[in-house]
Design a protein around this ligand. Structure first.
Ligand SMILES: NC(=O)c1ccc[n+]([C@@H]2O[C@H](COP(=O)([O-])OP(=O)(O)OC[C@H]3O[C@@H](n4cnc5c(N)ncnc54)[C@H](O)[C@@H]3O)[C@@H](O)[C@H]2O)c1
Length: 310
């Protein structure tokens, strides 16, 4: 029996990772700070009852070790982090959670004899020129975590698979620098106008797909390296995202700026399949249509509110 710990489980990707693990019949233990249940409610619905929810802080290193042992955890997906805006607003806490927190997760794996884990790096580990000279502290810390993982493999033989997501969209994506396309989908479902404050070509992944990839990455117990992969997705300009929204909601009134974010526009995404097997990702059109339909249903029964007008 697999019992998978997901840290940062109340986040967008965490909730989708739980969704994927539950769909495949695994037991899950969800660790996150207190409060903030809305994404689990939206994405898991009544399946939330199948989740063992633990409220705790990854900065509590002894507590994390105790939790992993007490719940007899067999696999780990480490997602807990402060995203770009929160890390920028509080760099000291950001460095603690994003860097020390990751060390704590590796230490807990080591203490419990867990030999493999999956964790989230980010596209922000790159500069726009595709060098490892990130433009944000958040990106610097994600790169540091990739080094941490490499050294835990060298020193202790703990293997790992990191994914560097780009723009994740879908139900539950309500925070972070690149959440605006999802807010535009929510606005379209609510019949409101919305302005996306950036343009440029980026890689889009649906939350459902990314959750599935993290679940699969964590379950590769025979993996023998510390590897980092760019997950595949749909490479698209903001205009194409707006077109996909209009295809699902013809009345949508979505505008956008031309300014691109400081991330690369071309990157290698084929290598992940060599680690976890064939990877099929939802097209942007299908993912956006699914998201808008889910938002319409959630708005209709009051599980979500329309976005603040922008
Ligand atoms: N969403 C994206 O587009 C994207 C892109 C690249 C990388 N990532 C990375 O993927 C991971 C998940 O992202 P997300 O979009 O789900 O983020 P999110 O902000 O929705 O979720 C992060 C979760 O971590 C939790 N957390 C923060 N500090 C904690 C602590 N000290 N102890 C326990 N839990 C704590 C938060 O409460 C939150 O629920 C993060 O590591 C993020 O950096 C996300």
């Amino acid at each position: 029996m697999n019992r998978v710990l997901v840290t940062g489980a109340k986040g967008c990707i965490g909730a989708w990772t739980l969704r994927a693990l539950l769909d495949d019949g695994h037991e899950v233990v969800a660790l996150d700070l207190p409060g903030n249940m809305h994404r689990l409610d939206l994405i898991l619905g009544s399946d939330l009852a199948k989740v063992t929810l633990v409220e705790g802080d990854i900065l509590d290193a002894p507590g994390l070790i105790e939790l992993v042992k007490r719940h007899e955890i067999t696999h780990i997906v480490h997602l807990a982090a402060l995203q770009v805006p929160a890390a920028k607003a509080n760099p000291t806490l950001g460095a603690q959670v994003n860097v020390v927190g990751t060390v704590n997760v590796f230490e807990a794996a080591l203490a419990a004899g867990i030999k493999h884990l999956a964790y989230a790096s980010s596209i922000a580990a790159y500069s726009p020129e595709l060098t490892f000279e990130p433009r944000t502290l958040y990106g610097v810390w994600k790169l540091a975590n990739e080094g941490t993982a490499r050294v835990y493999h060298l020193d202790h033989g703990i293997s790992s698979i990191a994914l560097r997501p780009y723009v994740v969209y879908g139900l539950g994506r309500d925070f972070g620098l690149t959440s605006a396309p999802t807010f535009a989908m929510l606005a379209a479902a609510a019949g409101q106008p919305y302005h996306i404050p950036f343009g440029g070509v980026m890689l889009y992944h649906s939350g459902r797909d990314i959750g599935r990839l993290f679940a699969r990455a964590a379950l590769q117990s025979d993996f023998d390296r510390a590897a980092v992969y760019n997950p595949p997705g749909t490479l698209a300009g903001t205009a194409a995202v707006v077109a996909a929204i209009r295809a699902a909601e013809p009345e949508a009134a979505i505008t956008y700026d031309e300014t691109a974010l400081p991330f690369p526009t071309e990157l290698e995404t084929d290598e992940l399949a060599e680690a976890i097997g064939p990877v099929e990702m939802t097209s942007l059109e299908a993912g956006v249509a699914e998201t808008i339909a889910a938002f319409r249903a959630a708005l209709a029964d009051g599980r979500i509110s329309p976005p603040e007008p922008k």
